[in-house]
Design a protein around this ligand. Sequence first.
Ligand SMILES: NC(=O)c1ccc[n+]([C@@H]2O[C@H](COP(=O)([O-])OP(=O)(O)OC[C@H]3O[C@@H](n4cnc5c(N)ncnc54)[C@H](O)[C@@H]3O)[C@@H](O)[C@H]2O)c1
Length: 382
Amino acid sequence: MKILLIGGGGFIGSRTALRLLAAGHEPVVLDSFEPQIHGSDPAASPTCRELFGAMEVRRGDTRDAAALASALSGVEAVYYFPAGTGTGQSMYQIEKYCDINARGAGVFAEALTAQAGNIRRVVVSSTRAVYGEGAAFCGEHGRVYPKARRLADLEAGRFATFCPVCGQPVQPEASQEEDPFLPLSIYGITKLAQEQIIATTTAALGLPCTVLRYQNVYGPGQSLHNPYTGILGIFTQLVLAGRAINLFEDALPTRDFVHVDDVAEYNLRALSSEAAGPAVFNVGSGVRSTLRDLAEAIGTGLDRPGPTKVSGQFRVGDIRHAAADLRLLTAALGPHDFMPLTRGVKTFTDWVAAEGGSEAANARFDRSLEEMRKAGLLRSAS
Ligand SMILES: NC(=O)c1ccc[n+]([C@@H]2O[C@H](COP(=O)([O-])OP(=O)(O)OC[C@H]3O[C@@H](n4cnc5c(N)ncnc54)[C@H](O)[C@@H]3O)[C@@H](O)[C@H]2O)c1
């Protein structure tokens, strides 16, 4: 199939494009090659340089209707990846995130209505951020959905989530696709708008659509240039520079880290899924790891256990816990042997070591924290 990957020059898109090529498809990439992610020369970007010469690569913005119309011509399937992806950055560059994530989806959806003829499936990259704090278990009230943590609690060092009914601490549970939408950041809100705009339009057109809500994706190719996202890159660069890893809160927030190859595998499977209407699946590893677990895996991967600092700092808009319930995914798109964290992190640290750690990356990260601090969005528990 001739397959258009919008935002296909990014971390997950490039990996998916290369897999599609290897599987005998004809991938075409349309990407604005944001300098924040790729630096000034995309052909030299460690994230996407392998695409150049291997497939058709077009430079264009998903908000440009003419670029989309031209790129959609003759295409049989579309992957939709473009987004501003920094949760923290989205809390002060609000208009920009609304524009790329929500309006961009609107321009794309409108282009689809004009040109859906040949297209057999659209696959949209969404995020677990649509669930906000996600599900939890309360001894008294069963499965509940904690609200945003209060600033006063966080500043007092109370990082836990609480039952919205009785206020008692709760245990995190895996998110299910039917859980309510409770996004807590502008990123989450605009990504929810993005998936809903595309899912609703494709449903109206009778066009099969798969929405994949990714957890924290990591692996080789992740932008080392973008200081606003990618916790693995940030931690690894700190260790390589001999600096302590700053573990936010009490080092015990949890995330479901899923390797990019596992995500690319399900991206490919989504293409041939049988579902007619919008099908929505979580994509994660199903395993919950703390920030401390991650720092240890990076130390092991680099064979250089780095010092850590539990800073008590927190970012407004961050959630406490995340993990995916994968039952729907594996039932519909088949089971998979997910990469365990330590092995997966090793593939990443080997890649960063080969690319060469950079002081410039650490300086960009320091500046991003300073921006957040100035905006009142990076705070500390006293
Ligand atoms: N990486 C993760 O952990 C993760 C988790 C959940 C969801 N997602 C979603 O998956 C998708 C891909 O994420 P990624 O990690 O590969 O991010 P990325 O930043 O590496 O890739 C995004 C790509 O989109 C391009 N882009 C940005 N704005 C664009 C625009 N207006 N027009 C055209 N192209 C544009 C960028 O240049 C970049 O190449 C995003 O939609 C993101 O929200 C990622």
